[in-house]
Design a protein around this ligand. Structure first.
Ligand SMILES: Nc1ncnc2c1ncn2[C@@H]1O[C@H](COP(=O)(O)OP(=O)(O)OP(=O)(O)O)[C@@H](O)[C@H]1O
Ligand SMILES: [Mg+2]
Length: 349
């Protein structure tokens, strides 16, 4: 029997039982991560090796370095995840791996490693969308959360508002026309002289600033639609800093950070809460921003909708979220053959 026929048989048996212990792998950007997750909800281990110190001196992720560092770390990280879970590959039911979106060279490391494990142990392989993973971070945090619900995804590469119709199907309601929210945070942090990744640093600086000090306005975001734009706000910050510099006037950087954060989070939260009914979830790296979490919670409370956001350890890239998303794909029969490839612009809807 071919690898795929064996894997399909195993997938069908697992789906019938409704149970699976998954080893998951995530290498889409600058984190090498592996986890063991039971039934999509219970994290048995979660290992994240971050490359941030490696990229920091360049002010952003250098793709070539990221790929090479994943090659160095992937074996160690997977071994650690298995050992922390007290399991060997013989007691793993399937392998889930991020196959896109992300950096192609980085993705290929995880995909190739996962294929090797799947083939050598005749395990079903589940190519998993990284953004479905970010959404699934909420399943790890809220055991009773099930689709359908509305989700705001705000990460380094995405700002989407979607209706999560089913575990494996999203409908797009709106998205950014230019920069992603996390990207805008990173770029503004950079002009404020903060290190990479800028989002968390900007949040820290904003804590001592006045969010109403400067009005960063963006006409595009005022319409009724759910699409967003953040590059105009970013340019407004740069102009504010340049103008002050040219006039020789001092700038209160904390006020700039707080006002920019307020502007971005107001757009995200207004649109997401307006799009939601019933339940609203937050996902992606920017979900670690406490100011955004607070704004969404208050606005959701006012509208009488339930608000969910991931535990902090599952906000930025990790493999536990891939293990959760991968479980639901596996249960629905979405397994991959050995021709699984990395897809840098894999869409979510
Ligand atoms: N506390 C925070 N406040 C604001 N932004 C944050 C915070 N923590 C992380 N971020 C931002 O989140 C982003 C990283 O998130 P994530 O790891 O999900 O992105 P990514 O994987 O690079 O992109 P994607 O998930 O879209 O492929 C960065 O842009 C980072 O600045
Ligand atoms: Mg991500």
């Amino acid at each position: 029997m071919s690898y795929f026929d064996t894997a399909r048989q195993k997938q069908q048996a697992l789906a019938k039982a409704g149970h699976a212990v998954i080893l998951s792998i995530e290498t889409s950007c600058d984190e090498t991560a592996a986890a063991v997750v039971r039934d999509g909800r219970e994290v048995l281990s979660n290992v994240v090796y971050t490359q941030i110190p490696l990229h920091r001196r360049f002010g952003g992720v250098v793709p070539e370095l990221a790929s090479r560092n994943h090659v160095d770390q992937i074996g160690v990280v997977v071994e650690q995840a298995l050992s922390d879970a007290g399991r060997s590959l013989d007691s793993i039911d399937a392998i889930a791996v991020t196959c896109g979106p992300g950096l192609v060279g980085a993705l290929l490391v995880g995909v190739s490693f996962a294929k090797g494990l799947a083939l050598s142990h005749e395990l079903p392989l589940v190519g998993t969308n990284h953004i479905l993973g970010h959404i699934a971070a909420n399943y790890l945090t809220f055991p009773d959360l099930e689709p359908p619900f509305t989700c705001l995804i705000a990460s380094g590469g995405h700002s989407h508002i979607v209706r999560v119709a089913e575990y494996d199907r999203c409908e797009l309601l709106g998205k950014t026309r230019d920069d992603a929210a996390g990207e805008a945070f990173d770029k503004v942090a950079r002009v404020l002289g903060l290190p990479y990744p800028g989002g968390p640093e900007l949040e820290k600086l904003a804590a001592s600033g006045d969010p109403k000090a400067i009005c960063f306005h963006s006409a595009f975001n005022e319409g009724d639609g759910f699409d967003m734009s953040f590059s105009g706000l970013k340019t407004a910050v740069i102009n504010t800093l340049h103008t002050a510099e040219q006039k020789g006037e001092p700038v209160n950087r904390a006020d700039v950070a707080a006002s920019f954060q307020y502007a971005v989070n107001t757009i995200l939260s207004d649109k997401a809460v307006r799009a939601a009914n019933g339940t609203l979830a937050l996902a992606g790296g920017v979900s670690a921003n406490r100011n955004l979490r607070g704004m969404l919670q208050r606005k959701a409370d006012r509208k009488g909708i339930r608000f969910c956001c991931p535990d902090f350890r599952y906000c930025t890239d990790n493999a536990a979220m891939i293990g959760s998303a991968g479980f639901y794909l596996l249960m629905r029969g979405h397994i991959s053959d050995l021709d699984l490839n990395a897809t840098p612009y894999l869409p979510i809807c």
